[in-house]
Design a protein around this ligand. Structure first.
Ligand code: SF4
Length: 510
């Protein structure tokens, strides 16, 4: 069995993914999403920009022929090449998965770092491919020099999975050169360099590796658990989501995290029905009162397919959401890689005149961001009493960012922000919906609202804008404008529904 550093990284994020990557039919994978392709392009460009700063030599070998790559890399290391890129490190574990005596290697912190054995009869080969192997003074099997591995990642933080990969590289390198490097390096976004503490991360990597091997040798696949953040870019999403739906898996209920799921399993509450019918006293042995209420009510909303009022006082709920003769609905499209907010879309709703007009302030080129910010300010100044509805806190954060960047007077920004109303917060404080997530898309879908382009999303717009800049294809800009307008209209629809729902509930109370 071949365990590459990528497989281990995926295992760290989701054991099921590593399992499916090995055993599932590759033809049943989802097509890579455009946004993922963009992330890969950005990651490659980041790597190339860093490697361009230094003189590197690379071993030559047929693509994915790891053994040939390891041999060619070893040759360069033996020659004492200063910097090696695209090198391969490889280690075959013996049949019982025991690593060849690492005890004999002098680890600089004196730690004994044997890999745990699983007693499996299957041979396992580990493969790592550090972005750089850099020569340093020291003593190794090669002579008076040793190598230190470097991994280049686009992330901003030294995430645990990055450090696990760096520790794997360090261990395979130690087996290759006969001595541990002092550290392993991570180069992150903005070229921040970070030293991985091997005394901490090598033992953790070994535990993860042991668990990974055990998972891959066991059957069946690890249980599905849908987590929007983790699963949204995974190529097994359709497969897993279909399975979760068929099982009515609790991970499809908002608020059920992996650790809460374990607690619910211990209470033998494994379906939305059982949770909906559970007594609060049963859950309160594990969760606090508020969370208990929230979980049971969420399950009831889904099982009964109806929205449930959260508050005992719908009148006060209704009062927190302003209504006015003129209302503005605001949504932004951004390109995070360029630190750019390129579309400020505003739907102006004039109730008395029964008129709706959408204003898309669009930076066709990145340098136009300042201009669209001014145009946006001029529009909202035309309606000084109109509340500005948006969904989630991104719009508030962005207004603060743009105001600071383009030196908008503080008093104007303060007064502008005082008109902002976050519809997401209004929802969360008042109503439980029968949805899988409280994203605008899920809520508006439940209300029957449809986006004109079924495949459109914020992430897709990032790709479309990037492609517009590269190709000049205006149909991409038009698709972004449609999506942004639909987001504004979905927010309008949701806000209207929420006000009516709370009003009806308040009337029934009186
Ligand atoms: S879709 Fe989610 S649960 Fe399924 S393999 Fe991917 S990350 Fe894991």
């Amino acid at each position: 069995m071949l365990i590459t550093e990528d497989l281990l990284l995926h295992y760290k994020r989701c054991p099921r993914r590593a399992f499916l990557d090995i055993y599932n039919d590759p033809n049943s994978k989802d097509r890579d999403q455009d946004f993922l392709l963009k992330l890969r392009q950005d990651s490659l460009a980041h790597r190339q920009s860093i490697l361009a700063l230094t003189t590197v030599q690379r071993p030559y070998y047929p693509s994915r022929d790891w053994q040939a790559g390891a041999n060619a890399t070893l040759e360069l290391m033996q020659q004492g090449v200063e910097q090696i890129t695209k090198g391969v490190l490889m280690l075959s574990l013996s049949d019982d998965l025991a690593v060849p005596s690492f005890n004999s290697l002098s680890y600089n912190h004196g730690n004994d770092l044997p890999l745990v054995t699983s007693g499996s009869p299957i041979a396992v080969t580990l493969v790592a491919y550090p972005d750089l192997l850099t020569k340093h003074p020291g003593k190794s099997d090669f002579g008076d020099w040793i190598y230190v591995p470097t991994t280049i990642k686009l992330g901003r933080r030294p995430k645990p999975e990055y450090q696990i990969v760096a520790a794997l590289q360090a261990q395979l390198l130690a087996a290759t050169q006969g001595v541990w490097s002092e550290t392993a390096q991570l180069i992150l976004r903005n070229q921040d360099s970070y030293s991985v503490k091997l005394e901490r991360w090598v033992p953790q990597m070994q535990t993860v590796l042991k668990n990974c091997i055990e998972t891959l040798l066991a059957s069946p696949a690890p249980e599905v658990f849908i987590s929007r953040h983790r699963c949204s870019l995974c190529h097994w999403y359709s497969d897993c989501y279909a399975q979760a739906q068929a099982q009515q898996h609790l991970s499809l209920l908002p608020g059920v995290t992996p650790s809460r799921y374990q607690d619910l399993q211990m209470l033998n509450l494994t379906t939305p029905e059982s949770l909906a019918n559970a007594s609060p006293a049963q859950l309160e042995t594990v969760f606090d009162g508020e969370l208990t209420t929230q979980l049971i009510r969420q399950a009831q909303a889904v099982v009964q397919n109806r929205a449930i009022l959260k508050t005992d006082s719908p009148t006060s709920g209704a009062l927190t959401i302003p209504s006015a003769l003129v209302e503005l609905y605001f949504d932004i499209e951004a390109e995070p890689e360029r630190h750019l907010d390129y579309l400020l879309g505003v739907l102006v709703v004039e109730r008395e005149a029964e008129r709706e007009r959408f204003y898309p302030f669009l930076a066709e080129q990145p340098f136009e961001e300042a201009a669209i910010w001014q145009q946006f300010l001029e529009l909202v100044a035309r309606y000084p009493d109109a509340p500005i509805f948006h969904y989630s806190d991104y719009e508030v954060d962005t207004v603060k960012r743009l105001a600071k960047l383009y030196e908008t007077p503080r008093s104007s920004v303060k007064s502008l922000l005082s008109r902002f109303v976050d519809v997401h917060q209004c929802v969360m404080g008042t109503v439980t919906f029968p949805v899988e997530s409280y994203s605008l898309k899920h809520l508006a879908h439940w209300l029957g609202f449809e986006w004109r382009d079924a495949g459109a999303s914020g992430a897709q717009c990032v790709w479309w804008y990037d492609q517009w800049l590269r190709t000049g294809d205006r149909t991409l800009l038009e698709a972004i404008l449609r999506y942004n307008e639909d987001d504004c209209r979905a927010t309008y629809r949701l806000k209207t529904w929420l006000c009516e729902f709370l009003q009806a509930a308040a009337t029934n109370c009186n």
